[in-house]
Design a protein around this ligand. Structure first.
Ligand SMILES: [Zn+2]
Length: 329
């Protein structure tokens, strides 16, 4: 065992306690009432990277949730590696489905359960601990290091596009390592070569100026729920092909080599079905589930709201209808 490996081994209990502390911060970027928690998470990260031995830690304003920068630049002539991660988390609804409160981490069977444990607080802490172990054990790193940890990944990083060009020099590097990912399995590591990006749209369908009695106006006025169902149905054929005009225009076709490489990666579709409790997978016609997930765009409805939502029935013909959707390309 190398010196840094024994350092990691010896400090496991402390590292776990730190992860649990980090997970207790409810840094939900999507909910404005949690903005101070996202800031608190940024402060936690800035302090932690400094403890690890990185220098020049700073919390940079973005106009939205902040970015944490730090570096260790004492390997002249060596490449500069930038490590990316994010300390914000997704909302926790529906809360009733959590067996333990989402921000009170629960350790069971060697696993940590909490919001953000695997996306991305646990993952982004790993390189920090690795850097600390190498710096403590060997006093140096083999390359120059910069970190870029952000607090707005889960909402699509709205301010980062304008933020980065303003800090071009600060974040200049030779290679970016993304610590926002997982392992293929507990025994199989993986290197991701690309990820799909997301693009969100909201469709509001508006009909009459107010809700109407369906006994009186049903069949007389267009019902926005029915209109929306027709709009949504028109976007996707029953074989999974997206029918929005121009949707596939810039999508590169998969070459036979690409397909062979994707097929060569171990994948157990039966295990996936059992895990998700589904009878079958559903992919764009002509593509395997892996090809669909790794190399094809999709269009998904993420939320839908309209009409009467309570128990029972109400004879209402709603005035408006909303759908939240997102395509991943
Ligand atoms: Zn993530």
């Amino acid at each position: 065992m190398t010196v840094y490996e024994s350092y990691l081994e010896a400090n496991q209990p402390r590292f776990l306690a730190e992860l649990l502390d980090f997970l207790r911060i409810p840094s939900i970027s999507a909910i404005p009432a949690h903005a101070a928690d996202v800031q608190r998470a940024a402060e936690w990260v800035a302090a932690r990277v400094t403890d690890a031995g990185l220098e020049h830690a700073q919390i940079l304003p973005t106009g939205g949730h902040p970015v944490v920068y730090a570096d260790w630049l004492h390997a002249p002539g060596r490449p500069t590696v930038l490590i990316y991660g994010h300390f914000d988390v997704q909302p926790v609804d529906p809360v009733s489905l959590w067996t333990h409160p989402p921000f009170e981490p629960h350790v069971e069977g060697g696993r940590v359960y909490a919001r953000g444990a695997s996306d991305d607080k646990g993952n982004m802490l790993v390189p920090i601990l690795a850097l600390e172990a190498m710096l403590r054990a060997e006093g140096r790193l083999p390359v120059n290091i910069k970190v870029f940890f952000e607090g707005q990944e889960e909402i699509g990083s709205p301010q980062i596009g304008a933020f980065l060009p303003r800090h071009k020099e600060l974040f200049a590097c030779d290679l970016v390592v993304n610590a926002d990912g997982g392992q293929y399995s507990e025994t199989e590591p993986e290197i991701l070569l690309a990820l799909r990006g997301g693009c969100g749209v909201q469709i509001d369908v508006k009909a009459a100026k107010m809700d109407l009695h369906s006994g009186l106006y049903g069949g007389v006025v267009m019902n926005p729920i029915h209109a929306l169902v027709m709009i949504l149905a028109s976007m996707r054929a029953s074989d999974g092909v997206i029918t929005v005009e121009g949707f596939y225009d810039d999508v590169l076709p998969l070459s036979p080599e690409d397909r062979a490489r994707i097929a060569a990666v171990p994948f157990d579709v039966e295990a996936l079905k059992a895990d998700l409790q589904i009878h079958d997978t559903f992919s764009e016609a002509g593509y395997t589930p892996r090809e669909a997930s790794w190399a094809r765009p999709t269009l998904e409805v993420n939320g839908i709201w309209g009409g009467f939502q309570d128990e029972g029935i109400k004879t209402v013909l709603p005035s408006s209808m909303i759908v939240f959707g997102m395509c991943f390309e």
